[in-house]
Design a binder for this molecule. Structure first.
Ligand SMILES: Nc1ncnc2c1ncn2[C@@H]1O[C@H](COP(=O)(O)OP(=O)(O)OP(=O)(O)O)[C@@H](O)[C@H]1O
Ligand SMILES: Nc1nc2c(ncn2[C@@H]2O[C@H](COP(=O)(O)O)[C@@H](O)[C@H]2O)c(=O)[nH]1
Length: 204
């Protein structure tokens, strides 16, 4: 499980899209449920499953969410079954979730999670990105900027921290992390053990 978190507007969604466009990285995106209003650029079932609050409460109470949190006044959660099915098929799952959700997933599966925090190059640029995106009204943007300072303070919880200044550089660093994490010994031990046995059986 690969978790990306950041303050709103730092670039997670953009980076997620870039990761998914690379078939060789072979990542599956977990699509969250949310009670937030759909943005004009968003489609139900693609960016989120947009649901009502009573439906969210039902999912949370029936244990159908792997993690959940209230963020900027809306509720968000990760459907558990979809993720568990992908993991049992040996797939790597990508999450765009906040620090509260990252903590819950890490507590449940500490050895199977890699967490990455994306920082903006400055607060001024963060504001400019939220304004340029032009998807939220000014009250929402102010609310998200106010939350950003607290969210940024969680950077020390994460395995990796990237400053998203140049998008291509950040993407290259992210892809390098995915590739490196896949080569960690505990993750490749089974297949590699067999290879090493064959290697050692070769005559000199
Ligand atoms: N490195 C970058 N340089 C300039 N603009 C960027 C960069 N990365 C992302 N952006 C732009 O900033 C805006 C916010 O990015 P994005 O929507 O990916 O952020 P986010 O972290 O997913 O935000 P949210 O949590 O609100 O969904 C978008 O318009 C995006 O195109
Ligand atoms: N804990 C969770 N956080 C989530 C989930 N889905 C998204 N998010 C985070 O919410 C904020 C706001 O997202 P936005 O799309 O409204 O801009 C952002 O930090 C996301 O990462 C989730 O399922 N669980």
């Amino acid at each position: 499980m690969l978790i990306l978190s950041s303050p709103s507007g730092a670039g997670k969604t953009t980076l997620t899209r870039m990761l998914l466009q690379r078939p060789e990285l072979d990542l599956k995106l977990s699509i969250s449920v949310t009670t937030r209003k759909r943005r004009t650029s968003e489609a139900d079932g693609i960016h989120y499953h947009f649901i009502a609050e009573d439906e969210f409460r039902r999912l949370r109470e029936s244990g159908d969410l792997l993690e959940h949190a209230e963020v900027h006044g809306n509720f968000y959660g990760t459907p558990r079954k979809w993720v568990e099915e992908r993991l049992s098929q040996g797939r790597d799952v990508l999450f765009d979730i906040d620090y509260q959700g990252a903590r819950q997933v890490r507590e449940k599966a500490p050895r199977d999670v890699v967490t990455i925090f994306i920082l903006p190059p400055s607060i001024r640029e963060l504001r400019a990105r939220l304004e340029r995106r032009a998807e939220d009204d000014s009250e929402t943007i102010e609310k998200r900027l106010a939350a950003a300072r607290h969210e940024i303070g969680r950077w020390t919880d994460y395995d990796y921290v990237l400053i998203n200044d140049d998008i291509q550089q950040t993407f290259d660093d992210l892809a390098a992390i995915v590739r490196a994490e896949r080569q960690r010994r505990p993750r490749i031990a089974a297949g590699m053990g067999e290879f090493v046995t064959t290697l050692l059986a070769e005559p000199g």
